[in-house]
Design a protein around this ligand. Structure first.
Ligand code: ZN
Length: 87
């Protein structure tokens, strides 16, 4: 079993996941919030704006955007951010 550091709370846990078991449900809620928000948004948003409007932490948004799950949502973001996006 491999130990990982949780991307949300920083605790160590034994799993191959990004986040610890107690943060996993929070991640799921944040992802749902973001998806709903982006699904209903027809104007490009910067990451800062997205974070501000959706209430999801910028650090977590960055992490989600790197996953395959969110790859199709990247086109809804503008490029003026600290995330490298190929538009
Ligand atoms: Zn955690």
């Amino acid at each position: 079993m491999k130990f990982n550091k949780c991307s949300r709370c920083g605790c160590f846990f034994a799993s191959a996941d990004d986040v610890c078991p107690s943060c996993k449900s929070k991640d799921a809620i944040d992802k749902n919030t973001l998806k709903n928000f982006l699904d209903n948004s027809d104007v490009p948003l910067s990451l800062d704006n997205l974070s501000f409007k959706s209430g999801v932490d910028l650090k977590n948004i960055n992490r989600y955007m790197e996953t395959k799950e969110f790859s199709s949502y990247k086109k809804l973001l503008t490029n003026n951010s600290n995330l490298k996006i190929n538009l």
